[in-house]
Each structure stands twice: as structure tokens, then as C-alpha cells.
Design a protein around this ligand. Structure first.
Ligand code: MG
Length: 453
């Protein structure tokens, strides 16, 4: 089976191994052919290969007669927001998000600043496969413009949440695309800012571009040493954010999402999250009269569902939060500023704010399963789980199979790239989680043993 070029977050590959400038040029041609764009906005994160890929992508777009505007290095949400605000037909971000430095990728946004869905990406892939590019007449080829419209994006965030308290914020851009935007915005909001890893460096020498407990160890120590109010970190392209509380503790992604969502969602309103998120989100949101909608994993699905259900908020437990009243791209800086505003309103420290959110136990395991079989096996597992747990509350097959109970849930998904089935279980206690997992693994192994490829 030929591997697909586009995943749920666009193209993401190792540079000059399977993402070459030749491919980037073809993608540029295919985007122009598919979208019939007259105007495109392009940006990149701080990766070493960014400029090389940008030049190739722009070449493809220019060859198809597109008027190309380059923003240089800006966060992904800034590119998405400016695509709409500047009236472009398409926006392309050159980034591999939180992946290691040898990776790069391309994420495409439509004129509304929403990431391309699977259907559009498949059409682009088809154009590349068939080499059906529409090239412009030689006299219709434009020049590239390098523009700076940062101000439009910065003003949107400044207006979103005016802060009254002089917060001491330690900002960790991780040498990624938020390196200048984030410290500048917090300064303009009147915060006392300590910025670390605030130099653009595509080798990401300070920490992994993926913010997590491990990679934010230094940030946590600095917050504690300086007695700062909060530590805020971003991933390589600035659509995700992670927090350190005032005591220097890493803040659990699911619990902060649940606490924040519970504050935002009012009675009768919807919030959207993916199938992997902790059930603490339901516990918190439903307590306030709101309802949780679950989607496949990937911010494009969250954005689509927000639009469809007119939800007021959406987020994934990797720290990608969407505020649809501003735009439909997850936005790390916007999310962190909005969180500060909520803490201010509630007059709480971050550790107090999440204290009311229940803590559950999560277990994960991978079971080997041939690629040809894995989807069939997961489907069968769904049926067998329903028999094994007759008291289940909810069953869903939107992304793998997921069975929810009063005190926990189990999710089985076929790995996108490896010969594995991934099982995730959550329980109110470790005992409950272990019991669910034990049953799940036993059923799964039995099905794998019985299934012929
Ligand atoms: Mg990202």
C-alpha cells in the first residue's frame, strides 16, 4: 500500500529524504490547480529547512499564476488568521509543528483560515499523482511580495483579553515560531515577562519542540526560582500551549482543558474534544450544564465539529485549543492569554483553578497486529467489547472504537503508520482502569489469533 502524502495535519516528513524541494514545488502547483487561487499567503516556523521549502513552494505557486505574499517566520495561527484577514484564497504554513528538527511539513488553510480537510487534501494528492497541473501563461507570472502584517494578528489578541493584574509570566517559546510574538504580546498586555528560549533556532537546542512534562523541566524550575505566577510554553509553530503552575508544577493537559472548558461553556452550549481526552472534561462541562462532542484526533476535525454544532470552544489534550469567536485555528498565544483572563476573573492561582477537576488514571498499551488486519480487528473488537461490557453507556466508532462506562472508557485504534493496535483505557481508579485494560487485551489477542489476513 502506497503511503499517503497528507495526514490529518497536512504533509509531515523528513527533509531531503521524503520531503524535497521538488515535492514542495509540486505541492505548490497542485494547491494552485485545486484552489484556483489568485492570492496566497505563505509563512514558516524556525526550522532550518524552512526557507529552502518556502522558495520551492512559492515557485510552484508562481508558476500557476498565483500572487504570493510571504510573512516569513510567524506562528501557524497567525498565518491562518491573516489568510482570512488579508483576503487570500489560500494560506500555506511550512512547519512540522512539534516534531523533531529533521522534519518539516506543509499545512494548508482555506480562505476562512480553516485547515484543509481530508477531501481537499486527497484531491491535491490526486493532482500530484497524475501531474495535472495548470500552468500560467508566461506573462501572467507575478513576483513574490514580502509583507509584514503582524500587527493585525497582535491587535486581535490584545483586544481578546485585556489584563488588569500585572502577571509575572515566564514564556518559553522553545526557539520556535512564537519567539518574538509571545514576549511582545505579554509585554503589551502589561505583564512582567521573563522570556526563555526566545531566539529563533531551527535546531531546537534548548528543548524538544513538543511541550510536555519532560521538555518543560527547566521552565518549571525557573518559575519556581523566580516565584513567577505562571510558566507558559509553546510548540514549534505556536498552535499548542502548555502551562506550569505558580508552584512550579507541570499542569496536566486534560485537567486544564476540562477546567477551562467548564468555565467557558454555559448551560446548553457545546464544546468539542477528541476521542482520547479524559472523561474529566465531561464531568466538568456537564456539571455546568454544557455538553461535550467528541471527534477524531486532529485539530481539523475539532474545527469542523465546532462549526457544525456551533460550539463555543474546542480543544485537544495536546494543548491545541480553538476559540471560534476569533478564528478556527488552534492558537497557543491566544489560548494562554485567555486563560490568564479567566484566572483573573476567578481570582485564582493556576493550581487552585484546576484543583476541582477530578484526577483519573490512564493506561496505554500497544498490541502487535499486521497492517492488513488491524482495521478489521478493531472493528470486531468493538462488537466483542459491547458483549463483554453489556452495561456500557456510549459506543462510538468515529475514530477506532470507543466504549464509555459510568466509571471509565476504553479506546482501540489502529496505528496510522505501524503494525499495531493501540489501546487506551481510563478509569476512576487504577483498579478500574486495570480491570478494563485486562479484559480489552484478552479480547483483542483472541481476535488477532482468530483473524485471517
Ligand atoms: Mg503545532
Amino acid at each position: 500500500m502506497k503511503s499517503k502524502l497528507f495526514g490529518s495535519s497536512g504533509v509531515r516528513r523528513i527533509v531531503n529524504v521524503d520531503l524535497t524541494p521538488i515535492l514542495a514545488c509540486r505541492i505548490g502547483l497542485a494547491i494552485a490547480t485545486f484552489s484556483k487561487a489568485e492570492k496566497a499567503v505563505i509563512a514558516r516556523d524556525t526550522r532550518v529547512s524552512g526557507l529552502m521549502l518556502e522558495n520551492a513552494l512559492v515557485s510552484g505557486l508562481l508558476a500557476a499564476g498565483v500572487d504570493v505574499n510571504c510573512l516569513r517566520i510567524v506562528p501557524t495561527p497567525a498565518l491562518a488568521y491573516l489568510t482570512k484577514r488579508l483576503g487570500a484564497d489560500v494560506g500555506v504554513m511550512i512547519t512540522a509543528s512539534h516534531n523533531p528538527p529533521e522534519y518539516n511539513g506543509l499545512k494548508i488553510f482555506n480562505k476562512d483560515g480553516i485547515a484543509y480537510d481530508e477531501r481537499s487534501q486527497d484531491k491535491i494528492e490526486k493532482i500530484i499523482e497524475n501531474e495535472h497541473y495548470v500552468l500560467a501563461d508566461w506573462h501572467k507570472i507575478h513576483e513574490t511580495s514580502y509583507i509584514n502584517e503582524d500587527q493585525i494578528y497582535i491587535e486581535m489578541i490584545e483586544k481578546a483579553a485585556k489584563l488588569d493584574k500585572k502577571w509575572h509570566v515566564v514564556v518559553d517559546a522553545g526557539c520556535g515560531a512564537t519567539y518574538n510574538f509571545a514576549p511582545m504580546i505579554f509585554n503589551r498586555l502589561g505583564c512582567k515577562v521573563t522570556a526563555i528560549n526566545a531566539q529563533p533556532d531551527g535546531l531546537f537546542p534548548a528543548r524538544s519542540p513538543e511541550p510536555n512534562r519532560e521538555s518543560l523541566n527547566s521552565l518549571a524550575q525557573i518559575v519556581q526560582k523566580l516565584k513567577a505566577d505562571i510558566g507558559i510554553a509553546y510548540d514549534g509553530d505556536g498552535d499548542r500551549t502548555a502551562f506550569i503552575d505558580e508552584k512550579g508544577n507541570f499542569v496536566n493537559f486534560d485537567r486544564i482543558l476540562a477546567a477551562y472548558a467548564a468555565h467557558i461553556v454555559k448551560k446548553g452550549e457545546f464544546m468539542v474534544t477528541n476521542v482520547e481526552t479524559s472523561m474529566c472534561v465531561e464531568k466538568m462541562v456537564e456539571k455546568h450544564g454544557g455538553k461535550v462532542i467528541r471527534t477524531k484526533v486532529g485539530d481539523v476535525y475539532i474545527a469542523e465539529a465546532i462549526k457544525k454544532h456551533k460550539a463555543v470552544f474546542g480543544g485537544e489534550p495536546c494543548g491545541a485549543w480553538i476559540h471560534p469567536q476569533f478564528h478556527y485555528c488552534p492558537d497557543g498565544i491566544l489560548s494562554s492569554v485567555m486563560l490568564l483572563k479567566v484566572l483573573e476573573k476567578e481570582n485564582l492561582d493556576l493550581s487552585e483553578f484546576i484543583a476541582k477537576t477530578p484526577k483519573y488514571e490512564t493506561l496505554r498499551t500497544n498490541i502487535a497486529c499486521k497492517n492488513e488486519m488491524k482495521h478489521k480487528v478493531v472493528e470486531k473488537l468493538g462488537e466483542d467489547l459491547k458483549t463483554a461490557f453489556p452495561v456500557y453507556k456510549e459506543y462510538s466508532s468515529i475514530d477506532g472504537v470507543r466504549l464509555a462506562f459510568e466509571d471509565g472508557w476504553i479506546l482501540a485504534r489502529a496505528s496510522g503508520t505501524e503494525p499495531l493496535v493501540r489501546l487506551t483505557v481510563e478509569g476512576e481508579s487504577l483498579k478500574v482502569a486495570k480491570e478494563i485494560m485486562k479484559k480489552g487485551v484478552r479480547l483483542l489477542k483472541k481476535i488477532i489469533g482468530e483473524t485471517k489476513d
